[in-house]
Design a protein around this ligand. Structure first.
Ligand SMILES: [Zn+2]
Length: 423
């Protein structure tokens, strides 16, 4: 395979054949867009040197950012050189074959790496303003001597100045709640996009901050209570952003599968399950559909049993509460009665006279204890209880004046005017 063939093959794997062209002197959003397209292109070309999930992404991302995102370093492929026959000759046949295979693989990886580099640099050249590239390119070998990261950094520096408004908006965007419609992948993508912008603004979120934001977001959904507990229980060292992504992608997938199943069952009625089975048209589909249905129903039943038990418990707690409240109300009434009979904060020894028909004791009619020597009520005159005044009178007469007092009775009632409280 020639070098050009390799480049063609590499380009064919990339989702963006060209990058968005940065125009009008450029701005941060245009630059970020172009860089995103580079990230997508690099991720699409596999290599043996990354996580296996993000291809050559490490070629365009700083070591720190790549580590934060992938949880491991990216190794830039190096030229293994020609196979050393003398080393191969000193070992057994199998070991020799293995070394040859490894060497072959390293050569291949290096070749792809060169092709990827060349393709991305060409794309950058076409998308960035000519004068921006001219500042860094060499007269003879163009951009060959520069890494992709260095070129992107230079263009960002010249064209992608970030302003405070963007940084503030980004922070708000990062803390927006998790949206179940978008799913976990969309959530993680959003956070990582925000992380890139924060990093460009020289205020990157730390691994801990990313995990914290994510934890709060999933916790607030209320969907993942069990998984949330499992996550909290993990050792601090395991609570990294890359681990967070794996853990919550799995948790969300389970939730999502379950949700789809439940939606099918309850959303379209029983017929839809039959329809689904008919459409599937074979026994295996029928069996798994029924298994799923049973799983959903039994989990529903468990949930309902739990709700019934909880309800019964709440009803009992309510009943106890009602009894307590009734008892307290009675005690309160009794306290109020006692307080009205207090003189100078001293409880009064009541004066009893005779007994009622059913054997209870009778309070003397002439007992002055509950009456306020300084009290007055416009409707009831001078001999009134401690808790009775013009202001709070319960049985007001016509023309009642609420601010009438003993000092200024405002033409109120004169009953018991000469009463003097007995000691
Ligand atoms: Zn009154």
């Amino acid at each position: 395979m020639s070098v050009l063939d390799a480049e063609t093959a590499v380009l064919a794997k990339m989702p963006n054949q060209t990058l968005t062209v940065v125009t009008g002197g450029g701005d941060y959003l245009q630059m970020a867009q172009a860089r995103n397209e580079i990230y997508q292109n690099l991720s699409a070309v596999p290599t043996t040197y990354g996580t296996g999930l993000d291809g050559h992404l490490g070629l365009a991302m700083s070591a720190a950012q790549y580590q934060l995102r992938a949880g491991q370093a990216f190794t830039i492929p190096v030229d293994p050189g020609p196979y050393d026959l003398t080393i191969g000759a000193n070992v057994g046949v199998n070991a020799k074959a293995r070394r040859e295979a490894l060497h072959q693989e390293a050569r291949q990886a290096y070749k792809i790496y060169l092709a990827v580099n060349s393709v991305i640099k060409n794309q950058l050249k076409q998308a960035m303003p000519r004068e921006t590239i001219r500042e860094i390119e060499n007269e003879i070998d163009g951009l060959n001597g520069l890494t992709i990261i260095a070129i992107i950094d230079h263009c960002m520096d010249r064209l992608g100045q970030i302003n405070d408004t963007l940084v503030d908006e980004n922070r708000v965007h990062a803390n927006e709640p998790f949206n179940a419609n978008g799913g976990m992948a969309a959530y993680i993508r959003r956070i990582e996009q925000c992380q890139l912008l924060a990093n460009d603004a020289n205020e990157p979120f730390s691994d801990k901050q990313l995990v914290r934001m994510g934890k709060i977001a999933v916790g607030r959904t209320g969907f993942f209570n069990l998984e949330y507990k499992d996550w909290i229980k993990k050792a601090a060292a395991d609570k990294t952003w890359p681990n967070f992504k794996t853990f919550w992608m799995d948790a969300y997938k389970m939730y999502d599968d379950m949700n789809k199943l439940t939606a099918t069952e309850s959303g379209f009625g029983a017929n839809s399950m039959e329809q689904q089975i008919t459409n599937a048209g074979n026994d295996i589909a029928l069996e798994s559909a029924m298994d799923n249905l049973v799983a959903v129903m039994s989990s529903d039943r468990n949930a309902i049993n739990e709700i019934i038990a909880t309800n019964a418990m709440l009803a009992e707690q309510n009943r106890v509460k009602d009894t307590t409240i009734a008892r307290m109300a009675a005690e309160n009434a009794n306290l109020v009665l006692i307080m009205t009979k207090m003189v100078g904060n001293k409880p009064v020894t009541e004066k009893w006279t005779g007994t009622t028909k059913d054997g209870g004791r009778k309070l003397k009619k002439t007992d002055d204890t509950p009456f306020d020597p300084n009290g007055y009520c416009w409707s009831h005159g001078y001999r009134v209880h401690f808790d009775h005044s013009s202001a709070n009178c319960k049985y007001k007469r016509d023309g009642h004046i609420v601010c009438a007092t003993r000092a200024n009775n405002m033409g109120g009632r004169q009953r018991n005017k000469d009463w003097v409280k007995s000691k």
